[in-house]
Write a protein that binds this ligand. Sequence first.
Ligand SMILES: *Cc1c(COP(=O)(O)O)cnc(C)c1O
Length: 385
Amino acid sequence: MNILAVDLKIQHATLKPEIDRAIQGVIDSASFVLGPGVEAFEEAFAAYHGVRHCVGVSNGTDALTLSLLAAGVEPGDEVITTPQTFGATLEAICHVGARPVLVDIDPVHYTLDPSGIEAVLTERTRAILPVHIYGHPVDMEPVMALARSHGLKVIEDCAQAHGARYRGQIVGTIGDAGCFSFYPGKNLGAYGDAGGVVTDDDDIADRLRMLRNHGQTMRGHKFYYHHIGYNNRMDGIQGAVLDVKLPHLDFWNAARQDRAARYTEKLADITHLALPRTAEWADHVYHLYVMETDGRDALQEALTRDGIASGAQYPFPVHLTPAYGYLGYRAGDLPHYEAACRRIISLPIYPEITHAQIDTVTKSIRRHFRSASAPDVNIEAGAAA
Ligand SMILES: *Cc1c(COP(=O)(O)O)cnc(C)c1O
């Protein structure tokens, strides 16, 4: 039996009657774009975060782009962010005409290292875009302190961290706006593309609502354009599905934490591996279970031979890819990040994966490191499988 990185069919099976009813309701009401399904979810997601606003948009990338615009980021501005992220984070900065300025990562948690921010501040710096990567929150206190003392906006990328907490505070509510993706495989996933922004800032929320809908206000005159906007609205069906799924998010995150603990318990004695670590102030929601090893590619091949999916998020240093060559970075500029690109591997994790499946994965890993084909084999690691 193959073990997938994520299996979305099981979760659907558990919610099928409710989801079917919700989707049918949207079809019957013909509210296909925005509408009551989206509004219900926006209200619930705002309440879940304890903030005044959630604005539903078309996907997580647009959530970031519109938030940067709504926060006043303009062409020529600089936005400080992390290289350890999905391409969407940098795209959003570039698409508003700003320049991404990269800060190396904290090599233990893979998140932006706040101690690198001060050195890259210029008079063009306008915002900081921390990413709670893999579900582990960024150390936000020093980020917010720097932002306040320099008058910068903070836009949080929470696309992998729905429900994660930093010192008890839910992510997305620490900066000026929190951006979410509801891509199907995320911790809270729609049945297609969808995204959202949470904020307590009335001006940002107003601007987001206009920008996602061609610069028109929701209750003002139709075809009266306050801004040059976009078509970045959330679909009615996605809102309705998300509204059904949101009440289960905390339970699913707890299940992810339980599966992560199982991996860590079963792999703890294998000295070839650096397992994920959680800061004492962090509530990690394990969008991914990411560990490090020298022989990453060989381990991935061994897992593939055993029918087990694995990933490398992300293998190519983004500043050295053709798209971002114009930024002028060189190999060696972001050493912790570049090392992580070579060494990280993610194991299958989702709320419905069973302990038995996890044990199959960990046994395969153990077999690999025992075998002669493994690089730098350290046989005494892990006696009992
Ligand atoms: C998924 C993701 C995005 C983009 O979300 P989409 O909904 O796919 O556009 C942005 N940032 C990070 C860190 C992500 O993982």
